[in-house]
Ligand binder design. Structure first.
Ligand code: ZN
Length: 107
């Protein structure tokens, strides 16, 4: 989540740049803003996707109905979390709230 905050701070900063002068071995280059912004956006998308996929590979348990489920990766990437608990809507009973990680290894 800290990475996402950093990216959110970087994006307005890069967009506010119209061009950027770079000194490279005594030669000066004008770099348009998108040369910086595009890799930043692509990188943040990859980080978001990787983080979501990583979280979605874990099994969570609903505290109301005690059923386990795997969250969708896009939900996992944007979900609020506290330690290992994350806010998900249970696909079984529809309860929305903090769901702890399942410690059970079976199924
Ligand atoms: Zn449930």
């Amino acid at each position: 989540m800290k990475k996402i905050v950093i990216v959110l701070l970087i994006i307005p900063f890069t967009i506010s740049l119209t061009s950027c002068k770079i000194n490279w071995f005594g030669q000066q280059y004008d770099v348009p803003w998108w040369v910086i912004a595009v890799p930043v956006v692509v990188f943040s998308a990859i980080v978001w996707f990787a983080a979501g996929k990583h979280i979605a590979s874990k099994k969570y348990v609903c505290p109301k109905c005690n059923k386990t489920f795997y969250p969708k990766w896009w939900q996992a990437a944007v979900s609020i979390h506290m330690n290992d608990d994350r806010v998900f809507r249970c696909p079984h009973c529809g309860r929305k709230g903090f769901c702890p990680l399942s410690i059970k290894k079976e199924d």
